[in-house]
Design a binder for this molecule. Structure first.
Ligand code: SR1
Ligand code: MG
Length: 416
């Protein structure tokens, strides 16, 4: 039966798993077990033994951030396990290895990522990650392309959609917290400084913004393009100088590709605007901020390049039958169509990125990029710059034709 595992139960449970016990080594009584979860939903334990360590994640039957008043299905742990397994197959080495999964306990044992840290923490400390672009774009291009209609047969795709369709409670969190609540009075909304009261009120009255965010919401709800991670912010990415691992795909379902790409760009852009509010040596600040914007550009260009290359090399899905594009003319027309697909995907990405920014400033769940800025006024200024960019990205999406349009607009707002 499901029960919330506390340290003693977890020790007994792990001791009963021969492979895990052997990996940890020594007597079970000597294992060091620490609960380290700082996310919004789950328990996370680090367990260390004489010869190795593991991470154990257990879903709680409610939202940890809010408490038992907000129940949440345990099945999310199983969807996370399914997503991790698929991602491991499509993007080997870029997700943590799963060592054990118990669907009833909603528990997954994974390899311990050490010395990796949560990327968001690194960004707050102005750390630059040279591997990031290469790894995150490989992860996104491969997981998104190979689960799309560009790569799968119609039957495979429909089976795959059905396998994740039950994860709708997690989708509902996104539908409410990202696409609805920040734009209306909602009990759970919060912002961290009274300086933002006026801006919060203006979002609630901004009908053009309401139309734009509702279009994005519909796109999120009604476009099962590919198996998306569903919560691909920098708190779901663990890094070292030389490695990147994407964690926590419990929000995974078949949704729009641009939602994942937009999440990565949004979180980089927030790191950029937050930078002005953190203590940094002036040279470090400039170098970090330049790196962040360069990374925003490279994430899009490298993702688009890899996605297109996969399509050119292996577009064997049912969506664009090869037989309809025979000969030189057919190939040229298909290539033009690929370019227009990417242009549409870019517009989706820009819009979703904007929604992801606004939710972190006016919705329930915030991020430490901004929250660790101590002075409320400084924090509000950084957040207001980010919101100003986000509003333009959401309402005037068509004016952002290439990724440099986004970074140039961010640069202009840096000292606004
Ligand atoms: C109630 S859950 C709030 C947020 O935490 C997760 O990380 C997702 O981003 C979700 O929207
Ligand atoms: Mg998470």
């Amino acid at each position: 039966d499901y029960r919330i595992l506390h340290e003693a139960d977890l020790r007994d449970y792990l001791a009963g798993l021969p492979d895990i016990a052997a990996l940890l080594g020594g007597e079970a009584s000597s294992w060091a077990i620490t609960e380290v979860g700082d996310g919004n939903l789950n328990l996370v334990f680090i367990v260390k033994g004489a010869s190795g360590g593991i991470a154990v994640k257990q879903a709680l039957p409610y939202v940890r951030l809010v408490g038992e008043s907000w129940p949440l299905p345990l099945s999310r742990a199983h969807y996370e396990y399914l997503a991790l397994s698929k991602q491991a197959q499509l993007a080997p080495g870029l997700v943590p290895a799963v060592l054990h999964h118990n669907e009833v306990l909603a528990l997954t044992v994974m390899e311990l990522l050490e010395p990796h840290i949560i990327m968001r923490r690194g960004l707050v400390a102005a750390t630059r990650y040279p591997r990031f672009v290469e790894d995150i774009t490989t992860f996104m291009a491969r997981t998104l392309f190979f689960t799309s209609d560009l790569a799968l047969s119609a039957a495979e795709k429909k089976e795959a959609i059905a396998a994740f369709a039950g994860n709708h409670a997690l989708c509902k969190i996104t539908e409410d917290l990202i696409f609805t609540d920040p734009y209306r009075i909602a009990e759970q909304n919060r912002w961290t400084a009274p300086h933002l009261d006026g801006l919060a009120a203006s979002l609630r009255e901004d009908l053009e913004l309401h139309v734009a965010v509702s279009r994005l919401k519909l796109k999120f709800m009604a476009n099962p393009e590919a198996l998306i991670h569903g919560d691909l912010h920098t708190g779901s990415i663990m890094v070292t100088d030389s490695q990147t691992r994407v964690i926590d795909p419990e929000f995974a379902f078949y949704g729009p590709v641009g939602f994942d790409v937009g999440a990565v760009l949004a979180n980089l852009l927030m790191a950029y605007f937050a930078s002005a509010g953190h203590e940094r040596a002036p040279g470090d600040r400039a170098a970090f901020e330049a790196w962040v914007l360069e990374t925003v550009e490279q994430v899009w260009t490298e993702f688009a390049r890899k996605f297109l290359d996969l399509w050119r090399a292996g577009g064997t899905g049912d969506a664009y039958p090869v037989s309809l594009f025979a000969g030189e003319q057919g190939a040229a027309r298909l290539e033009a169509e690929r370019q227009s697909y990417m242009q549409r995907l870019f517009a989706d990405t820009v819009g979703f990125a904007a929604a992801k920014i606004i939710r972190r400033i006016f919705g329930l769940a915030h991020n430490i990029d901004f929250e660790l800025i101590e002075d409320p006024r400084t924090r509000a200024v950084s957040e207001a710059r980010a919101v100003r960019l986000a509003r333009a990205m959401m309402v005037e999406t068509a004016s952002f034709r290439i990724i440099a349009d986004v970074t140039n607009a961010a640069r202009k707002l840096r000292d606004w």
